[in-house]
Write a protein that binds this ligand. Structure first.
Ligand code: AMP
Length: 385
C-alpha cells in the first residue's frame, strides 16, 4: 500500500505512533479539522494521549495489539523516528502508513542515512564507519585530530555523541560506547545551522516552509528564527532542492525536516533528516496558515497542500525543564501579558533538566527584537532577571 488511492475525510480516525509533543500538536491540528486521533505506544497521560480519543499502551512489538489498532484507524502516521520498521511493516498489511518505511529506516541509522545522502550526491560532513579502537584512532588522524564519534542508532539531541581528538583515550571512549559499529564525523566549523521542513503529497507535489535558523545549547535546539538575514535566497533554493531530492528518493508522503550546517563558504551540508515534523518547525503554528502539523495531516489524508508561506516573522524559544524549575506565577503573568507571545506547553507533569516541556513563539516584524523579548521573558521564568 505505498500509494494513496483514497482521501481520508474529516470524521475519520488517524493512528499516531508515539505520544510525545509532536503527536500532541498533530492531534490538536487534526481535531481542529474534525478528525479523531488514536495514539499507540506511549505511557498513560502522554502529551498526545491527553488530547486524543484513545491511547493504546501496548509495545511496538505486540502483533495482536498492532492488528487491533489497525482495525480502529483509517491511516497511520508517526511522530518519532525510533518506531521499529517492523512495526510499520506489520501495520502496512492492514492500513496505509505514511511516510512509508524507507525514509524511516534511513533516518534511524546514521550510517545508512549518510550513505544514502552520498548516493543522492548530497554533501554531508566527512564520515567513516568505525568498528574498533584502531579504526577510531586512524579516523581521528584522517580527520586532522578533531572529530565527533556518534552511535549509529538512538542518537538525538546530542545523546550518544563524543568529541574526540588525537590526545583522547580512544580505548576508553570506544569501550564506553559499548557498540559494534559507530560513525566518526569530521567536525564542521559551520557558520550557522539551519533547517527546512518540507512536505510531499500523494500526487508527488512538494511544498516547503521558509528555512529556519537554529541555535543549539548543549546539542539541544534552543532558538529558531525565520526568516533570517543570514540565509540567502540562493541557500533557500538549494535547501529546497536538497529536500525535494530526499523526498523523491524515499518516495515520501508526509512531512520531513532536513537539518543543515552552512559553512563559511556558503556550502550546505546535511546533518540529519527527520521523517516527521520537527522542533525547528514549531513556529509555523503561529506564523503560517497551514502549520507543519496541518501539512502532515493533509499529506497523510490525501488532501492537498495548505499555504505554507510565512505570514509574519517569528522566533521560537524552547522551554526545557531547566527553564521551568522555579517558575513563579508573576513571571507567567508577564509572559501572557505580551500579545506577541504564543505559549505552548506539552502537558508534561514531571520537570527534568533537558526535558522539552514547551516552547514560546514570539511574533514580530523585527526578529532581533522578538528574540530579545523571548529571551527576556524566558529568563524571567527562570528567576534570573
Ligand atoms: P545531531 O544529534 O547529530 O543532530 O547533533 C546535534 C548538534 O551537535 C548539531 O546540531 C551540531 O550543533 C552538533 N554537531 C553534530 N555533528 C557535528 C559535526 N560533524 N560538526 C560540528 N557540529 C556537529
Amino acid at each position: 500500500m505505498s500509494s494513496m488511492k483514497h482521501v481520508v475525510r474529516p470524521g475519520s480516525t488517524i493512528g499516531m505512533l508515539g505520544g510525545g509533543q509532536l503527536g500532541r500538536m498533530f492531534a490538536i491540528a487534526a481535531r481542529q479539522c474534525g478528525f479523531r486521533v488514536q495514539i499507540y505506544g506511549d505511557p498513560e497521560e502522554s502529551p498526545a494521549g491527553q488530547v486524543s480519543d484513545r491511547s493504546w499502551f501496548s509495545s511496538f512489538a505486540d502483533q495482536d495489539a498492532l492488528r487491533q489498532f489497525a482495525q480502529h484507524v483509517d491511516v497511520v502516521t508517526y511522530e518519532q523516528e525510533n518506531i521499529p520498521v517492523a512495526t510499520v511493516e506489520t501495520l502496512l498489511q492492514h492500513v496505509p502508513v505514511f511516510p512509508g518505511p524507507e525514509l524511516l529506516r534511513a533516518s534511524q541509522h546514521r550510517l545508512l542515512e549518510k550513505t544514502s545522502l552520498r548516493r543522492m550526491g548530497i554533501p554531508t560532513a566527512d564520515f567513516l564507519k568505525i568498528t574498533s579502537e584502531s579504526e577510531l584512532r586512524k579516523g581521528i588522524l584522517d580527520f586532522g585530530g578533531d572529530a565527533i564519534l556518534k552511535t549509529v542508532t538512538l542518537g538525538y539531541d546530542g545523546k550518544g555523541q563524543t568529541r574526540v581528538g588525537s590526545e583522547s583515550d580512544c580505548g576508553a571512549i570506544w569501550q564506553s560506547l559499548n557498540v559494534s559499529e559507530a560513525i566518526l564525523e569530521k567536525v564542521v566549523p559551520f557558520a550557522h545551522e539551519l533547517s527546512i521542513v518540507a512536505s510531499r503529497f500523494a500526487d508527488g507535489t512538494c511544498s516547503f516552509f521558509a528555512p529556519v535558523m537554529n541555535h543549539h545549547e548543549n546539542h539541544i535546539l534552543d532558538v529558531s528564527i525565520s526568516p533570517s538575514a543570514l540565509i540567502s535566497e540562493h541557500q533557500t533554493l538549494e535547501a529546497q532542492q536538497i529536500a525535494r531530492t530526499i523526498l523523491e528518493y524515499f518516495d515520501v508522503i508526509g512531512v520531513m525536516c532536513v537539518e543543515f550546517f552552512a559553512t563559511h563558504d556558503n556550502e550546505l551540508l546535511v546533518n540529519e533528516i527527520a521523517p516527521r515534523p520537527h522542533n525547528s518547525g514549531h513556529l509555523t503554528i503561529n506564523a503560517c496558515r497551514s502549520s507543519q502539523f496541518e501539512q502532515q495531516l493533509r499529506a497523510v489524508c490525501g488532501l492537498g497542500t495548505g499555504d505554507v508561506s510565512l505570514q509574519t516573522p517569528a522566533v521560537m524559544l524552547n522551554l526545557l525543564g531547566d527553564h521551568l524549575q522555579h517558575q513563579s506565577p508573576s513571571a507567567w503573568q508577564t509572559v501572557f501579558a505580551h500579545p506577541e507571545i504564543h505559549v505552548h506547553l506539552y502537558g508534561k507533569s514531571e520537570i527534568r533538566l533537558g526535558r522539552k516541556m514547551g516552547h514560546l513563539t514570539v511574533i514580530g516584524h523585527d526578529v532581533v527584537a522578538a528574540e530579545r523579548l523571548g529571551r527576556q521573558v524566558r529568563a524571567g521564568l527562570m528567576g534570573t532577571t
